[in-house]
Design a protein around this ligand. Sequence first.
Ligand code: 13P
Length: 256
Amino acid sequence: MSEPTRTPLIAGNWKMNGSLAGSEPLLREIVAGVSELTGVDVLVCPPYVYLQSVASWLGGTAVRLGSQDVSEHAGAGAFTGEIAAAMLKDFGCDYAIVGHSERRALFGDTDERVAAKFLAAQGAGLTPILCVGETLEQREQGQTQAVVASQVQAVLDAAGVAAFANAVIAYEPVWAIGTGRTATPEQAQEVHAEIRAMIAALDATIAAQLTVLYGGSVKGANAAELLAMDDIDGGLIGGASLKADDFLAICRAASR
Ligand code: 13P
């Protein structure tokens, strides 16, 4: 494989946390800390209702904005409660998370719907962050590779490999999310390498440039060892993205 030139990406997924009053000081600290770093891209994904405020606080800084989800419906229309990708772009988003395991498990996001969201995001000029990952039961039954491959394949079938030239994949083992039980660097690297190999089988250049994030109980204390692995290009951070010190420690671990 050709020498990778991937800039590490640290993305904070706030999930359904935070408040308007609390977001501004958090962002100000993150922006100040990130301004001292080089060689790392940093992204925050707040709840939809805070996007406009966060966009205004981030304006002109190096920290980018993303959404936690996006409607699978590309156009405007009678879809009560949905947010279209074009609307997110309007509000300054550059990225959209799709297929987070919480959406898959709690809100019925199927592989097909996730693929539609991926396409809707790209169609509006957003970079989708496609989340994949196995449950504990699936891992214990030796199904990790098959589960992750089928989740990636569903998007490949819908979008084609070329779409991955402008996409990010996040490997988030469900058993590691919010549990404090991080995948070992070796466990994560094994799956990341399999994901990259799957893309490489179709297009080696796209695979070599593809950013593959790890998510699941990443903290300042374990970030460096995860990020040291060849195919781990950054992190998708939940709990630790809600405190500036914790998030910045991870950003610093990724900085070059
Ligand atoms: P935690 O970092 O809280 O485990 O969450 C990971 C995650 O789900 C990010 O999308």
